[in-house]
Ligand binder design. Structure first.
Ligand code: SF4
Length: 239
């Protein structure tokens, strides 16, 4: 998809939003615990469909037992499954973890590559994970990691449009200068978790309320959110 160059006024508005979010959430950063790129890769694989808190509860035991890609590549799958069971989808995640560890050993000498194209070829690693790993383990900004929070918040704010993560990433990359890409991810995720909740956004406490373009923000700020369509239908049926 070809992304049009955004008008200067939109670039300025995005910068204002990020400045305000930076001021409001200076502590925003990757919430996963890790000590090196390999641990971040493993933790990010485990974080699919799981909270970061839960992942942080299991990774100390996982990294103690398998401190390197070589150790994890040689693991007994059932033992890995037992350690990571509480993160959900533990069989598929074990396959991804061990497949990724094997690929790191066989193709990259046991190191995590620093190139996006090499990272996305590893089992269990998509573009989002690759961006997180590059940005946080290596301080390399190759893109904006778009998860469910980034998708929702950027659409509500009106700095991106659509539900396709790749297209939203392209729009954000066109709007925000490259040195801010990693922070953009951190700030939008943090803001989405703390303020711009999917079901009950705290618009009345939002530091970017006046810059936001979401049509329901005023209603949520006043504590009178619009009724959901299904609830409204049920209410009509009862009447
Ligand atoms: S005003 Fe509401 S919808 Fe807009 S970013 Fe803030 S919390 Fe989210």
């Amino acid at each position: 998809m070809k992304v049009r160059r955004p008008p200067p006024a939109e670039v300025k508005r995005a910068a204002q939003i990020l400045d305000r979010l930076e001021k409001a959430h200076p502590e925003a950063t990757c919430a996963l615990h890790y000590r090196n790129a390999f641990e971040l890769v493993a933790a990010t694989i485990l974080s699919a469909q799981c909270t970061d808190e839960r992942v942080n509860m299991v990774t100390p035991a996982l990294f103690k037992r398998y401190p390197t890609p070589a150790a994890l590549a040689r693991a007994v799958p059932a033992e890995v499954e037992e350690i990571i069971r509480s993160t959900g989808f533990f069989r598929a995640k074990t396959k991804s973890l061990m497949g990724c560890a094997r690929a790191l050993v066989e193709t990259h000498g046991g190191d995590v590559p620093r190139e996006l194209q090499a990272l996305v070829k590893l089992p269990g690693i998509g573009r989002k994970t690759a961006n997180v790993v590059l940005g946080h383990a290596y301080d390399i900004a190759e893109g904006v990691a778009v998860d469910t929070h980034v998708l929702r918040v950027s659409n509500r704010l009106g700095i991106a449009k659509g539900d396709d993560p790749i297209q939203v990433e392209q729009q954000l990359m066109a709007l925000v200068p490259q040195p801010r890409w990693t922070r953009t991810t951190d700030l939008l995720i943090f803001h989405g978790r703390k303020i711009c909740d999917a079901r009950r956004p705290l618009c009345g406490q939002c530091p970017v309320f006046d810059l936001c373009r979401w049509k329901h923000r005023q209603a949520y700020a006043l504590g009178a959110p619009p009724r959901r369509k299904a609830a409204a239908r049920r209410a009509r049926a009862r009447a």
